[in-house]
Write a protein that binds this ligand. Structure first.
Ligand code: ADP
Ligand code: ZN
Ligand code: ZN
Length: 732
């Protein structure tokens, strides 16, 4: 008989330990496979973490140990899901992030391999299903159903895999409002890219390349403005390491927004895997197997690609390393950059962090010599940076009587661009039409019933939406409080800018890119490609339009309201705003024509806006470092955020105060600051009230024991749950 240690699929800290099960059969059981077991009267998926033979039979075992154990129900895999390195890595991550092991496994594996019941029903698709509309009649539909029906009617045809809510879809199908059509499956998006020659590197690039590939250091910061030729350095370094028989892992912030970068990698490498969200679960599985078998020598992907089962890694590249997308905002709350350095320990490989605006944490490490600093100081084609103007939106002379959104200057410049057949980007970092809807009579604000945050009005499908939890409802016809039928739609987002632009420039062709658009999965890249092909004059969008694209004919970038990000109560809001503005401005004039940028703001003297205008990273770095020092935030200290949650508000309040006192007593002699408890930005999430406590410290060793203690205390308490976020990206 074998005694198996099995961790089960529920990612709760209270269940984060192996449970014993027996196996009486004669198959070979290896650590790291999935099995079915019965747990709390349910059949669940478990992951085997230990296998120990026992000479006793089940009854004797139970008598001897006094533990009642069950047999496993069945075996799912024959071979372990992880190789040795990834298995060690998972333990390192769980320990660093105080996370349940199972949540680490679930983050590391592709959908059909996750130790999770829902993963085992992933279909093998030979045909691909599409849905077409039969009717637009909305009688008796819920808001979610209407939202989807309107989308299908608008798009005429949507692939089933691109529809996020299948249960809503099923309802529409039952009501005969949409129907399924099947088409033979095309291995999509494997666009064939003709092979491309390597470009000869200039002196700066050559120096960076040589240091990375042949130098003694292992970790690098490659700092260079957009267009300075970083990608060309990545390509050369990758080629060289592959020539040496190594493999390469390249991370980008988001695949659908980096089509051009991906194309350039495809044009240079044959044995490449691209991991992106447009793949179906079975395609992801195929790619994963291909990588594990050693059929590819280079992998390009977003955050979770850091877990690609590549062997013999020689180089890990993290492009736009300052991007917030490298941090996963759910358990285990890992950061792909931290994981990259964990993999470096095993493979002894090179890690290159690339950015035009490195995060403060990265930059300070480079300044202190932890990372070898490399620069690309000039734009490759020696193009000047765009000429940038800041427009004070409070100054009457700047106001355009024809528009509430555009200043006179920006409208004139857009007009000029239309005449010259040059393209324009307009950035407004908020989607939807209006961020508030209020009753004109009683001033009631429409709010999300679960998060209590104001709902955003979306004009395209006439819905009110919560941008935090995805809740949608019909536009209200009358105020539930006073019955009035008059509403004000306050403020503006991408949809409103779009409609204003169409009104002001009826002849212009516009496209919009924000995360509403990405509800249809490959839509973002098709919009980008279309704009690249100059099929439209103006692209309006959120931060998604600022990321790394190389639009040759864009000569004007307008930032419709630069202040949005500055008002967010987070220690990182200045940094994020600076990054976004700098990146957006950098989109103008990438080719032969000179670029210009216009920043509209109510706070023209804010240092972030000034530094973005002058594209002065160093000045920004120094000023913001001084702020962080005064307020004691990273990189001066490290942080860990504890979030407590419970269905009852009183209980969570009490627990948070209890833990605060507990921690303060423990840390009385150590250099640890306990901040809070306070209300997080989302006071309610998934029906649970929340409170947070922020720990600031110089050395993680000072808090480890106490955090484990808190996890174990709250596990016993059962009512109040705690989640631990080590190195949180923000603190609100
Ligand atoms: P970054 O990644 O820093 O934004 P890229 O690598 O995309 O910069 O380079 C910007 C532009 O300059 C691209 O069009 C690229 O093809 C071109 N370029 C870069 N390096 C070279 C080189 N050594 N020779 C010729 N063209 C280059
Ligand atoms: Zn009212
Ligand atoms: Zn909500």
């Amino acid at each position: 008989m074998l005694i198996l240690g099995v961790i089960i699929e529920y990612a709760a800290t209270s269940l984060d330990r192996p449970f014993s099960y027996a196996y009486k059969g004669n198959k070979i059981i290896k650590e790291g496979i999935r099995v079915y077991v019965e747990f709390a009267h349910r059949k669940v998926v478990g992951y085997v973490v230990s296998v120990a033979p026992s000479s006793l039979n089940l009854e004797e075992y139970q008598q001897e140990t006094g533990i009642k154990i069950k047999e496993i129900e069945s075996i799912i895999d024959e071979e372990p899901l992880f190789n040795e390195e990834l298995s060690l890595l998972s333990k390192k991550i769980a320990s660093y992030y105080f996370a349940p092991l199972i949540s680490v496994y679930q983050s590391m594996l592709p959908p059909s391999l996750k130790p999770k019941s829902s993963s085992l029903s992933k279909p093998k698709i030979a045909y691909e299903s599409f849905y077409v509309p039969l009717s637009s009649c909305e009688e008796g539909l819920s808001a979610k159903q209407k939202e989807l029906l309107r989308l299908i009617n608008k798009e005429k045809e949507i692939a089933k895999k691109d529809i996020s809510s299948l249960s809503v879809l099923k309802k529409l199908e039952e009501k005969n409002l949409v129907k399924e059509i099947k088409k033979e499956k095309i291995r999509l998006i494997q666009e064939d890219v003709p092979l491309e020659e390597y470009k000869e590197l200039n002196d700066e690039q050559e120096k960076a390349f040589k240091e990375i590939v042949f130098g003694n250091d292992r970790s690098f910061l490659l700092e260079g403005v957009t267009g300075s030729g970083k990608t060309e350095v990545y390509l050369h370094a990758s080629r060289e390491l592959i020539k040496q028989g190594k493999s390469v892992l390249m991370l980008v912030p988001e695949i659908s927004l980096t089509v051009q970068m991906v194309r350039r990698f495809k044009a240079r490498f044959k044995k490449i895997a691209i991991l992106h969200s447009g793949l179906t679960p079975s395609e992801k599985y195929d790619e994963y197997r291909r990588i594990a078998k050693g059929d590819v020598s280079i992998v390009v992907g977003a955050r979770s690609a850091i877990f690609a089962p590549l062997k013999n890694i020689g180089l890990i590249i993290i492009d736009e390393e300052h991007s917030e997308t490298y941090k996963q905002e759910s358990s285990p709350f890992y950061n792909a950059i931290t994981v990259a350095f964990m993999r470096q320990e095993y493979h002894n490989c090179k890690v290159v962090l690339g950015s035009a605006t490195p995060s403060l944490e990265t930059k300070i490490r480079a300044l202190r010599g932890v990372y070898h600093q490399l620069y690309l100081k000039k734009r490759y084609n020696e193009n000047e940076l765009p000429h940038t103007e800041v427009i004070d939106m409070l100054k009457p002379s700047n106001i355009d009587t024809k528009s509430v959104i555009l200043s006179l200057r920006l409208r004139e410049e857009i007009q000029k661009n239309l005449q010259n057949h040059e393209q324009t980007l307009l950035l407004i970092n908020r989607r939807g039409f209006a961020p508030f809807v209020t009753c004109r009579k009683c001033n009631r604000v429409s709010r999300c019933p679960t998060c209590f945050l104001p709902l955003t009005y979306h004009k395209e499908d006439k819905m009110l939406k919560c941008h935090h939890c995805g809740y949608v409802e019909e536009e209200e016809k009358e105020c539930p409080k006073c019955g009035s039928t008059l509403f004000s739609k306050v403020g503006f987002g991408t949809e409103k800018v779009e409609s204003e632009i169409s009104a002001l420039f009826p002849e212009a062709k516009t496209l919009r890119l924000d995360s509403d658009v990405t509800k249809i999965r490959m839509k973002a890249s098709s919009i980008i490609t279309s704009f690249e092909k100059e099929e439209a004059d103006i692209l309006i969008g959120t931060q998604m339009i600022a990321k790394g694209h190389d639009f040759k004919n864009v000569t004007l970038v307008g930032i419709v309201l630069a202040d949005l990000g500055l008002n967010i109560p987070s220690f990182r809001s200045n940094e994020r705003s600076f990054d976004l503005l700098t990146q957006a401005i950098g989109r103008a004039g990438r080719s032969t024509k000179k670029g210009r940028a216009i920043i509209q703001t109510y706070v023209p003297n804010n240092f972030v806006i000034y530094d973005a205008k002058t594209q002065d990273y160093n000045r920004f770095f120094n000023e913001e470092m001084a702020n962080r020092k005064t307020s004691q935030y990273p990189p001066y200290v490290y942080c860990t955020m504890l979030t407590f949650s419970c269905k009852e508000e009183e209980a969570v309040k009490e627990a948070a105060i209890f833990f605060k006192k507990y921690l303060e007593a423990k840390f009385a002699t150590k250099k640890v600051w306990v901040i809070g408890p306070s209300e997080p930005y989302l006071v309610v999430m998934n029906g649970k009230y929340r409170r947070k406590i922020l720990l600031k410290y110089k050395n993680i060793e000072d808090i480890k024991e106490e955090i484990l203690q808190i996890i174990s205390l709250s596990t016993k308490n059962k009512k109040v749950q705690v989640t631990v976020d080590v190195d949180p990206y923000t603190d609100y």
